[in-house]
Design a protein around this ligand. Sequence first.
Ligand code: EPZ
Length: 444
Amino acid sequence: MSDTDDAVLEITGGTKLSGHVSVSGAKNSALVVMAGTLLCSQPCRLRNIPHLMDIERMGEVLLALGVKLKRDGDALDVNASSIAHTKAPYDVVSRLRASFFVIGPLLARMGVARVPLPGGCAIGARPVELHVRGLQAMGADVHIEHGTVHAYVPGSGKRLKGARIYLDYPSVGATETLMMAATLADGETVIENAAQEPEVVDLANFCRAMGARIRGAGTNTITIAGVPRLHTTDYGIIPDRIEAGTFLVAGAITRSEISLSPVLPEHLTAVIAKLHDMGGQVVVDGPSRVRYVPGSVIHPVDIQTGPFPGFPTDMQAQFMALMALCDGNSLITETVFENRLRHVAELNRMGADIRLNGNCAVIKGVPQLSAAPVLATDLRASAALVLAALAAQGTTTIQGLQHLDRGYDDLEGKLRRLGANIRRQVGDSAIAAAPLTESLLNSR
Ligand code: EPZ
């Protein structure tokens, strides 16, 4: 077992937070931009790359393809000048769904790609038919055999063809796969009903920095005029809006004033609006600096997740933890993933009063949460449990830290520097700290 497997977080709730937190680079930009470096036959430098398990795993995928990587603090030097293999190995891909992002760049650059199908995960089946159908529209022959997607560009040219593609759903991943593939295609590609997330815009800006010709990123129609090749760039990715949102909720749930930077408020419009509706204030202190100021009461609100600029599904679990302490009833409707409400059971173990009805959760506010041994089920659920523990009476132990470590760069260190009473126990001391773990695990 790795350290993370038998580690637990111990959080003693009730302390106020104060101070400033530095927000890391966006996980969901870094992962796709790393895949995008495969489009370029010259070395690239990526900056503001967070230190996360998922980033390590994406690095393993690129190394397996013959890419050279060098970490330099928050920067990552990538040299994809010679791609030795066009088959992504199953053992690496199976540990990171985002590995699937290599299929578009490999196909566009090499004319062939074999990538194992990403499995489902805790939050849903996560199909990729929109990616596949889009690549087929661009002239690729794509078929699935023994769990692997085999894609190649028929004919001698090995270049994809520009196409007009309508996405049945504004899928972030499919938009990113097809936008990357189109940068080197022969002709113009138009992606309609495209995702508008900031990470899609960041990827487009990265590709444009390499010489790609992309218009409309951030709207529902993206136009890409293919070019024969791309060139080197030194590119810094955007700050992580979900990490920032998570810390804003940490301020709200502990009734604390904290500041964060760098933050791009325009990436958090829906989240900021809901925090205002709940009685808090998010003050913009500068071009990329915000401050959370608590109100006297936490008011209930209703939230429906949806594609950007709607309320982000990646902030749903964190808001549920906050709603558990509102002075009234709140409603959450999760419309993006089919199984992203598994944190309800764990929050109820901490004294929350939440009832599930299909993809809706009704959260009846309670005056106080109480510490309990809990188990994280997915990345954002683990963040929600940390937030709940910051406000709960007593000491909560959280297992399943492998989820947290995938997507948050030193969350506990950042919270500790804000004054939170939080520590990670590893090994025997961890088991001792969570005596109920066995029965807890068996009770599921
Ligand atoms: C990206 O996942 C993010 N991951 C997710 O963040 C985020 O929750 C999601 O976008 C929505 O914003 C990365 O960027 C690495 P989708 P992605 O394709 O691309 C369905 C986190 O916590 N769909 O927009 O997989 C799909 O099943 C993670 O950081 C199809 O049906 O999201 C889902 O129900 C979790 N067919 C919905 O669309 C397809 O071909 C949204 O998926 C593709 C998607």
